[in-house]
Design a protein around this ligand. Structure first.
Ligand code: HEM
Length: 502
């Protein structure tokens, strides 16, 4: 395998846009015909943005206006298909549902993650996800989908709620907290319990999570992204952390098997999973799959929960409506939170969905093109995307297209309610916070459930106010999160049911 991973370089260039960490890259000369063609029958090449002058302009724009405004400006200038080309790498942006279908559902042989995620191989280990052939990968995705399908997620409601109750029992009668930090702590506890299992939650919590932090901190350093196999000190720390986690999970798997102990966590589902030919997963595969799922779940869930909180508390009319929904449900079903009551929280669901529209934890998804394909824009122009391009689906632009989302900068959970359903206006790829198609997030049901358990509990039990100003986005984080502290004041409510019955 090449020490210098060219796709990882492409990925890192994309990260540059996201993080704005590399300076002196540029915006420039564009080629390609931007005017509508007289002959719509012939596919055209996307407009290409290239050159050092352009790169410098782009970087300036990124600094002054941010990622979303920078990409939106290119979308306004060039339309829904355009290419950014630097150092021989070409990233073609496909903006909006009309041009996104192939991105999400093209055959693996024609379009895939390629080596974009090569840096995850030393993090997750050999034998899983990006280290295996596409047939094996497809089967492993099935293991995730199966482990996280709604009927299984249902079993996690009670343990999630127990973690939530125990966590907030530590809060006083009133006070002020940094909501972001509180949710980071709580979500780790929930992940430990529901994903990794009670051995980790009860005995090895600190050990596993300090190794996991070491793994991700070092695995996501620029050198590890660009040169995943180079023997740098960062890579060595990453590999030591991986070995530590692998030995912990190998021991847990062996101990469960030898004592015939069966748990209800995601780890158990991965242990019990079987390939089509009947082969069970190996210890190495189980370890890789569980690290990978924790990686996919951790930052996305924390970021999402914090944005949801910040949005709800900022828009008091939504907060009041969400509280009213909780009160109605308590009147109907009593104070306990169950799977079925969570399903009834449709307004809270839409509040979550709307926060994720405005703040998608994965703001841009990437793929590699293995076979030329064409897309047709809303205006009817056809573009041919050549083999070798990296393609990008910029959720943060897709979710703000004004002909789809009315007043996209307004937080309006009602846009998803019956009668409006703006997330369906452009077909099935209109709303992509959880991706779509072949690599759609298998954790969507789990993620909604987790956030609903937390927020229904908070709404029922506390009066909350956002004390700090509404946060800006920190684009330097892997999942862009609210920058700085999100200070929230809380005051315990009286026993909710009594209050509600008065
Ligand atoms: C609000 C929280 C979450 C958001 C917004 C989110 C979003 C996404 C997105 C957009 C993708 C697809 C990326 C792509 O197309 O390349 C994805 C993939 C994935 N997510 Fe999530 N996710 C969340 C939570 C979770 C949770 C809680 C889990 C597991 C418990 C999870 C497990 C996964 C896995 C395993 C994949 C990879 C699927 C594949 O490669 O086919 N996610 N997620």
């Amino acid at each position: 395998m090449d020490m210098v991973n060219s796709d990882a370089v492409a990925f890192s260039i994309a990260l540059v846009f996201i993080a704005a960490v590399i300076t002196k890259v540029a915006w420039g000369r564009k080629t390609g015909d931007l005017a509508p063609s007289c002959n719509n029958a012939l596919p055209r090449s996307p407009a290409v943005i290239t050159g050092i002058t352009s790169a410098i302009l782009l970087l300036r724009m990124l600094r002054s206006k941010g990622l979303r405004a920078t990409l939106e400006e290119q979308y306004t200038k060039f339309g829904s298909v355009f290419t950014i080309s630097f150092f021989g790498m070409k990233i073609t942006f496909l903006v909006g549902p009309e041009v996104s279908a192939h991105f999400y559902q093209g055959l693996q042989s024609e379009i895939s993650h390629g080596k974009i995620l090569e840096f995850t191989v030393p993090m997750f280990g050999k034998g899983v996800t990006n280290a295996v052939d596409s047939a094996t990968r497809t089967e492993q995705i099935r293991f995730y989908v199966d482990a996280l399908r709604p009927s299984k997620v249902r079993c996690h409601v009670a343990p999630m709620l127990q973690e939530v109750e125990e966590y907030f029992a530590k809060w006083g009668q009133q006070g002020t907290v940094d909501l972001k930090q509180e949710l980071v702590q709580l979500l780790i506890l929930i992940s430990a319990r529901c994903l990794l299992g009670k051995e980790v939650r009860e005995k090895m919590f600190d050990e596993v999570f300090s190794a996991f932090d070491e793994l991700t901190d070092n695995g996501l350093q620029l050198t590890s992204l660009l040169f995943p196999y180079a023997p740098t000190p960062t890579a060595q720390r990453r590999d030591r952390a991986h070995a530590r986690i692998a030995s912990i999970f190998t021991e847990i798997v062996r101990s469960r098997k030898s004592s015939n102990r069966v748990e209800e966590d995601v780890l158990q589902n991965l242990m019990d999973a079987k390939y089509k030919d009947g082969r069970p997963t190996t210890e190495t595969e189980v370890t890789g799959l569980i690290i990978s799922i924790l990686f996919a779940a951790k930052h996305t869930s924390t970021t999402a929960s914090t944005w949801i909180g910040a949005r709800l508390l900022r828009h008091t009319e939504c907060l009041d409506a969400a509280l009213e929904e909780q009160q109605d449900i308590v009147k109907k079903h009593g104070d306990n939170i169950h799977y079925n009551t969570l399903l009834e929280m449709s307004f809270l669901h839409n509040c979550i969905k709307e926060a994720l529209r405005m703040h998608p934890p994965i703001p841009i998804s990437l793929r590699k093109v293995h076979k030329n394909f064409t897309v047709q824009t809303r205006e009817g122009y056809e573009y041919e995307i050549p083999r070798g391009h990296t393609i990008a689906s910029p959720l943060l632009i897709n979710h703000n297209i004004p002909h789809i989302y009315k007043d996209p900068d307004v937080y309006d959970p009602h846009r998803f309610s019956h009668g409006r359903e703006e997330d369906r206006v452009g077909g099935k790829f209109t709303y992509n916070s959880f991706g779509g198609g072949r690599h759609a997030c298998p954790g969507e049901a789990y993620a909604y459930m987790q956030v609903k358990v937390i927020w229904s509990y908070l709404l029922r039990n506390f009066e909350l106010k956002l004390v700090s100003s509404f946060p800006e986005t920190d684009w330097l984080m892997i999942a862009p999160e609210p920058r700085g502290k999100v200070e929230v004041s809380y005051k315990r409510r009286m026993v909710p049911r009594n209050v509600l019955e008065n």
